[in-house]
Write a protein that binds this ligand. Structure first.
Ligand SMILES: [Ca+2]
Ligand SMILES: [Ca+2]
Ligand SMILES: [Ca+2]
Length: 307
């Protein structure tokens, strides 16, 4: 019986016209899409998340592609969720294009239009593209720091983007300076909870033990436009105040050029004493090492275990 089932599955696969997609991507018309509803994040964070998943925000270039996505949202239980699509007019106001530089279709049947209003309306300097149940999933421009879930499309032409491809690292890890790192922008957590999140990804909060690793992380955060986020690393002085260790017990290298400042140049980190026992990359201070209250809600920066 199982042979019959397997044979039928194989036949269905062979005769199917849909794309073959890698989990968690699903076939939607001719595209492989990932409805990342676990994340409610800003536009640039959403793009970085898609990149780390081997894709890009989904680009809608034809009416059929648009219909396929909207029907899938209604048919598969995503109604009520709202998503980022690939599109911005941040370069030239009113000129909407995808990340690959392709012009976005304007007008019907894509954008919301009513008696009094035609989207995109740039009402509040809105430069990013969303689909939202408040507009029955017609396209709308919204500010790029609004919060939506990424709708990712699996990459078939990786040349369309200029980010570091996650070559040898499993998704959502990206390869930086010889490490597989995952920037979990969709979780704001205390240090201990952030560790659990990394464990769930077969990883650990990252240990940056080489200064080239800190440099690579810094460049990546700016390349991906997520430098407004702060990230937990796997260092702490919980066991003994002032004795900073990574989670594997190895000592954290102190001083310049790893550790940064707080208010001014006379306050090199760590400076928080027993009130601050966890190590993070501080977005407000150049992403140098800082000690912080372990209950701060920051994004986990995970490293694949066994590296
Ligand atoms: Ca605009
Ligand atoms: Ca609008
Ligand atoms: Ca401390």
């Amino acid at each position: 019986m199982w042979q019959t089932v397997i044979t039928l599955c194989l036949l269905a696969n062979l005769s199917g016209v849909r794309a073959t997609c890698t989990y968690p991507y699903v076939a939607v018309g001719e595209k492989c899409l990932f409805f990342a509803t676990m994340a409610d994040i800003q536009y640039s964070e959403a793009r970085q998340m898609c990149h780390s998943m081997g894709g890009e925000l989904a680009a809608v270039l034809t009416a059929t592609q648009f219909k396929d996505i909207v029907y899938y949202i209604y048919d598969y239980g995503y109604s009520g969720q709202h998503f980022w699509l690939d599109g911005t007019d941040s370069a030239v106001e009113g000129q909407w294009q995808t990340s690959a530089g392709l012009p976005l279709p304007m007008g019907t049947p894509f954008w919301a239009t009513t008696y009094g209003n035609i989207e995109p309306n740039n009402k509040e300097n809105e430069d990013c593209l969303e689909i939202h149940p408040a507009r029955n999933y017609y396209m709308n421009d919204i500010t790029c720091d609004a919060i939506n879930s990424p709708l990712c499309e699996e990459d078939v032409v990786s040349s369309s983007r200029n980010v570091t491809a996650p070559t040898s690292c499993p998704r959502p890890y990206v390869e930086l300076a010889g490490l597989c790192l995952a920037f979990i922008t969709w979780a704001d957590q205390g240090w201990a909870e952030a560790r659990q999140t990394c464990h769930g990804l077969s990883g650990e909060l990252a240990a940056l033990t080489d200064i080239e690793q800190l440099r690579a992380v810094y460049l990546y955060l700016h390349q991906e436009s997520i430098a407004f986020d702060s990230f937990w690393l796997g260092g702490s002085d919980i066991e003994q105040e002032g004795s900073w260790k990574w989670t594997d017990g190895e000592p954290v290298i102190m001083g310049t050029p790893f550790w940064g400042f707080k208010e001014n140049i006379n306050s090199q980190q760590p400076q928080g004493g027993t009130a601050e026992n966890c190590l993070y990359l501080d977005a407000q201070a150049g992403h140098y090492f800082s000690d912080g209250d372990c209950e701060l809600l920051l994004n986990p920066l995970c490293m694949l275990e066994g590296q």
